[in-house]
Design a protein around this ligand. Structure first.
Ligand SMILES: [Zn+2]
Length: 330
């Protein structure tokens, strides 16, 4: 079978020879940006993304470069028909559906970007899209990454907060300001906690508010009297002077890497609770089973996952950086 669309991975994904990049991390003429995490975009001349992603990255790129498309609205670009579909990773996150107008066999490519299938309070629920070629992230593509369900994670978090407060200490949570921070803030806000946010998280929460997510008790961290509140900061502020002044505190890092035995030691936190905005091992396999592609390419994770898919009978290959290969080559 002839190669129809060669693909390459080098600081982003690209259909070789085609102007459209996906999540390019160096400035390009044209790139789809799947979501607002900083390692998925650069200052491109033209950016294709969802309206929510556009708002969340608008302070980092030129507004004139942003071309937004609503979910499930198909549009043509050069020789492609494209469609954005929700990815469930964070507010505004999208997958990209690519149909090549010149491909009369009608083979469909789906690029998932970062995704998860579990429910979220702030991200739109993900679609699972049947396709011929699936290009998927596999960050947590090892079998020990099976996250506890949301109820179990929430009760662990609540227990951590309540016990810390009962011991007259301040619970301090660490979560990235984009995506995870507002998600955890929303969860705790809905449960009735007063959450004091580092200004970096608060700025993003304000943007989420603009996008229609309601927060009632979230406030920006102010002064030194934090007793009775839950503090939420990005992980890089774990050694900030504000925290050093807080003599009675207990810290929890919120990360899917909490499934690793050495996570607490690695993060230097009192606890690591595995809240993640990525699919776990079972969700990755579940997406593949339901999308039922004839070819799978994995990226951003362990090569073992493609090997696992091959053991299940799928044609799967891991994309290493700088790899270039031809789709539909037999
Ligand atoms: Zn991400």
């Amino acid at each position: 079978m002839a190669a129809v669309l060669p693909i390459e991975l080098h600081h982003g994904l690209r259909l070789s020879g085609h102007p459209l990049w996906m999540d390019a991390t160096r400035p390009q003429g044209l790139s789809f940006v799947s979501h607002a995490h900083g390692d998925h975009f650069a200052r491109h001349r033209k950016i294709i993304c969802s309206p929510a992603t556009a708002l969340l990255i608008s302070h980092k790129v030129s507004r004139a470069s942003l071309e937004t498309h609503a979910d499930r609205e198909s549009f043509e670009l050069h020789d492609l028909r494209l469609e954005l579909r929700p990815a469930g990773h964070m507010l505004g996150s999208s997958q990209l559906v690519i149909d090549h107008l010149g491909d009369h066999q009608g083979r469909r490519i789906v690029y998932t970007g970062d995704f998860k299938l579990r429910a979220s309070r702030t991200a739109e629920p993900a679609d699972i899209i049947p396709c011929d070629v699936l290009i998927m992230e596999c960050t947590f593509g090892k079998p020990h990454y099976r996250f506890p369900d949301l109820e179990a994670l929430t009760s662990r978090l609540v227990q951590f907060i309540d016990q810390t407060t009962e011991d007259r200490a301040v619970p301090v949570l660490f979560a990235y300001q984009m995506g995870k921070g507002p998600e955890i803030a929303k969860l705790l806000d809905d449960l009735g906690y007063t959450v004091a946010l580092a200004s970096q998280v608060h700025t993003v929460v304000e943007r989420y508010r603009e996008l229609g997510v309601a927060f009632r008790r979230c406030e920006v961290m102010n002064g030194d009297n934090h007793y009775g509140k839950v503090l939420l900061l990005p992980p890089y502020l774990s050694r900030s002077p504000v925290l050093k002044r807080l003599t009675r505190r207990r810290t929890a890092m919120l990360s899917g890497w909490g499934m690793d035995a050495d996570a607490r030691y690695r993060y230097g936190a009192d606890e690591v609770i595995p809240f993640s905005d990525h699919a776990d091992f079972d969700e990755l396999v579940s997406y593949v089973r339901q999308a039922n592609p004839s070819q799978i390419y994995t990226l951003h994770g362990p090569p073992d996952f493609a090997a696992h898919l091959r053991s299940l009978g799928y044609k799967a290959q891991h994309l290493e950086p700088r790899s270039q290969l031809h789709l539909w080559d037999d």
